[in-house]
Design a protein around this ligand. Structure first.
Ligand code: PMP
Length: 361
């Protein structure tokens, strides 16, 4: 099959077995005579997919019973403001830890609804690091604190999430959900667009502590109220059925691989290959992230100059690699190595990098 070496930052690759299964079932899902996307979202066939996807996400991530899992729309971006609309009251402020462009965007969207503050930031060093934060110091006038678990653009990731204080903790896990275990005791709400590790664009996963749902603003339109979506099992209105179906198939695939422990091992192996290539290149490849803040999902690096970067990206593209250019705001190169990227594709990238250095180093 003519599949690219796909290192896109999102939407990214979907595991081939998932696409094959979807292809096989496309015209006639379970003898229904229709595709999943052609079924009513109130049909028992669809509901089976919906609730199995929820259960399998819960199983894979060991989500405690105190949390609801929701399938919402509007991407992670809608969560930036939906969290504020639900939990930011006029007498309080939302506190943000800035670790990259997506945290900045989260702050901006929340600021449209109320007071916000920057609790800590690594903007001063162009987001190479994760700041040292102490959430226990936050006062009672803080409605919640917001973090970004993995910084897709800069290639940094919290090695460990910080210990919580008494305020709710909201975490954007868009680019590392389903790649490592989540310490649920440190989290009250986590959200992630599906299009990196959990399937295709169109559905947003939200994990929310039930006790937090109860504290939400009760005068919101129901469509943006977590309480409403939770009460209706994410079937308040038509959910993105096709995207949820793909998420369900992704959870099947993860379970077949051996669940989160197998995924974590693969992620470490893949990131290890690329970071070793960078570290052993005698400075030809330079990683953007500080070593203790390196992401296991997005590996960002530069070559000695922009001309070489252009040549490298051109050669990569000719050889069937996709998505290796860095985000336009950072430049350089970025290899996103989400769950669906096979180890062999990372090895092919390592070979490309080694050969390129041999020729031009
Ligand atoms: N947060 C992070 C960390 C992201 O990487 C992205 C998308 N790349 C977003 C938020 C925005 O997600 P969406 O496009 O689903 O709104």
């Amino acid at each position: 099959m003519n599949r690219a070496y796909n290192f896109n930052a999102g939407p990214g690759p979907i595991p081939s077995p998932v696409l094959e299964k979807a292809q096989k079932e496309m015209f006639n899902f379970e003898q229904s005579g229709a595709a999943v996307m052609e079924l009513s979202h109130r049909s028992s066939l669809y509901e089976q997919i919906h609730f199995q996807a929820l259960q399998q996400l819960r199983d894979i991530l060991s989500v405690p019973d105190e949390f609801d899992i929701l399938f919402l729309q509007g991407g992670a971006t809608l969560q930036f403001s939906m969290t504020a609309q639900n939990f930011l009251s006029p007498d309080k402020k939302a506190s943000f830890v800035l670790t990259g462009s997506w945290s900045e965007k989260a702050l901006k969207e929340a600021s449209a609804f109320g007071s916000t503050e920057v609790h800590a930031s690594s903007a001063d060093n162009n987001y190479r690091s994760i700041p040292d934060v102490h959430l226990k110091g936050l006062g009672d006038d803080t409605a919640y604190v917001h973090l970004t678990a993995n910084n897709t653009i800069f290639g940094t990731q919290w090695p460990e999430l910080p210990d919580r204080g008494s305020q709710p903790v909201i975490i954007d896990m868009s680019s590392d959900i389903l790649s490592r275990s989540v310490p649920w005791d440190k989290v009250d709400l986590a959200y992630a667009g599906a299009q990196k590790n959990a399937g295709m664009a169109g559905v947003t996963l939200v994990f929310i502590r039930k006790s937090m749902i109860e504290t939400g603003n009760s005068s919101l339109p129901p469509s943006i109220s977590y309480k409403q979506h939770a009460a209706k099992d994410s079937l308040y209105h038509t959910p993105p059925t096709g995207a949820i179906y793909i998420t369900k198939l992704v959870t099947d695939w993860i379970l077949d691989l051996g669940g989160l422990p197998a995924i974590e091992k693969r992620a470490e192996e893949k990131a290890g290959i690329l970071y070793r290539t960078i570290d052993q290149s005698n400075g030809f490849y330079k990683g953007h992230a500080d070593k203790n803040a390196r992401s296991l999902m997005n590996v960002t690096f530069r070559l000695p100059d922009e001309k070489l970067e252009k040549m490298f990206l051109e050669e990569a593209s000719e050889k069937g690699f996709m998505g290796l250019n860095g985000h336009r705001s950072v430049g350089g190169c970025r290899a996103s190595i989400y769950n669906a990227v096979p180890v062999e594709h990372v090895q092919a990238l390592q070979e490309l990098m080694d050969n390129f250095q041999r020729k031009h180093g």
